[in-house]
Write a new protein. Structure first.
Length: 177
């Protein structure tokens, strides 16, 4: 059961500005309207686990971008906004138990999204693969992808590619003893 992070960061490792703004991600020239491999990635996935803040950001988009089941990790969210009840489901509890429960429902390949959610999965050593696309912007401050952890996690580089002369997309695989 691969549990995979797919995310973009600034050169200085931020996934958003301090206020959660991600508009800077859209400033990269993209004359061919490429998704830079996201649709190919999403074909590998059975379900998406994202945090409440990420879900609220996605709800603010003009259209729902996912065709795979979405699970919103939140201990505070009581219900989904009107119109999203059939697009997502709230999950809560221990991460290992959530993953095990979803596996029994046929969800075997997970896409993890959202800063705090990714950090929580990393702290539990549940991430098998990380795909990071670096945007050539230095934000100077913001929401970091990685925070302090009690343990060291080792990964190996599987692939790195330059996209559109602006992006560097690297895939890392977890090394497990």
């Amino acid at each position: 059961m691969p549990i995979i992070v797919y995310i973009a960061t600034s050169l200085d490792g931020h996934i958003a500005k301090k206020d959660g703004n991600i508009e800077w991600l859209m400033e990269v020239p993209n004359p061919e309207n490429s998704d830079f491999g996201f649709s190919e990635f999403i074909e590998r996935i059975d379900g998406i686990i994202m945090g409440k803040n990420t879900f609220e950001t996605v709800v603010g988009f003009n259209q729902w971008p996912y065709v795979k089941p979405v699970f919103v990790l939140s201990n505070s969210l009581k219900s989904l906004p009107v119109g999203y009840e059939d697009k997502a489901q709230i999950v809560r509890g221990e991460l290992k138990n959530i993953v095990a429960s979803l596996e029994t429902k046929g969800i075997k390949n997970f896409y993890i999204d959202g800063g705090k959610t990714i950090q929580s999965f990393l702290k539990e050593d549940l991430i098998d693969e990380i795909i990071i696309t670096r945007i050539p912007t230095i934000l100077g401050s913001g929401i970091p992808l990685f925070t302090d952890m009690d343990q060291e996690l080792k990964f190996k580089v599987v692939n790195t590619e330059v996209l559109n002369q602006y992006l560097v997309k690297s895939t890392y695989s977890r090394i497990r003893d």
